[in-house]
Ligand binder design. Structure first.
Ligand code: MG
Ligand code: ZN
Length: 215
């Protein structure tokens, strides 16, 4: 029966996600899964985050991409270990890819593993990778209508980053409407406003991450 087959595959991914999480826990590593549309500024945000935390926090990055390794090359230049996963056109990462990627790191030497998912606001939200928290990044140029269009992403997220807020004066993005729509879907979801260009919110975001590190 086809339905049973699909169930078994999803169960396999779910089990492996738990294995990944247990592995990370055994090394006291905190892990986040960052999701967004293409072009929301995930990689730039990550570059700035690494600069902000380097010295205090040992970070590794898993970069998901459809085809290229450009983002991984950018992150590699920041001097942190990075593993590229090319999904060969696949629109999300899954726990078996993360299982393979984690084996490439010296886990004993890490505090945080950051996973940059494939740019897509739909199916990544439904795949548990074994991360501890899911973060959705929305950027101002995309418009304030994303919560209504992609409700599952906001329901699943543990944190929302509203990025590129330096562009608010030049856009019709209505922050109040956005916050209200998010609250309707996920009343407890914290929202951090950031700009990698002006630095707004970056210290707060860095501190948010540091507070999650298990010492
Ligand atoms: Mg990127
Ligand atoms: Zn997908």
């Amino acid at each position: 029966m086809e339905i049973k087959v699909i169930k078994n595959i999803m169960q396999k991914y779910q089990d492996l996600a738990q294995v990944n999480r247990s592995l990370l826990d055994s090394y006291n590593i905190f892990s986040i899964n960052i999701m967004s549309s293409p072009g929301a500024g995930k990689t730039t945000l990550l570059e700035e985050t690494i600069s902000l935390l380097s010295g205090d926090v040992k970070i590794a990055v898993i970069e998901g991409d459809l085809m290229t390794s450009r983002d991984a090359e950018r992150i590699g230049k920041k001097g942190v270990p990075v593993v590229q996963i090319n999904t060969q056109g696949g629109c999300h990462l899954d726990s078996s890819m993360i299982d393979s990627a984690l084996k490439q790191f010296n886990l004993a030497d890490l505090d945080i593993v950051i996973i940059e998912n494939v740019g897509n606001l739909i199916c990544p939200s439904t795949y548990d990778l074994g991360e501890h928290e899911k973060i959705v990044v929305i950027s101002v140029p995309e418009g304030d209508d994303k919560p209504g269009k992609y409700p599952v992403m906001f329901q699943e997220a543990d944190l929302c980053i509203l990025n590129k807020v330096d562009l608010l004066p030049y856009s019709n993005f209505n922050v109040d409407n956005f916050l209200q729509d998010v609250k309707k879907l996920n009343p407890d979801l914290e929202i951090i406003k950031t700009s990698a260009v002006t630095g707004e919110g970056m210290d707060y975001w860095g501190q948010w991450l540091k507070n999650k590190i298990k010492k």
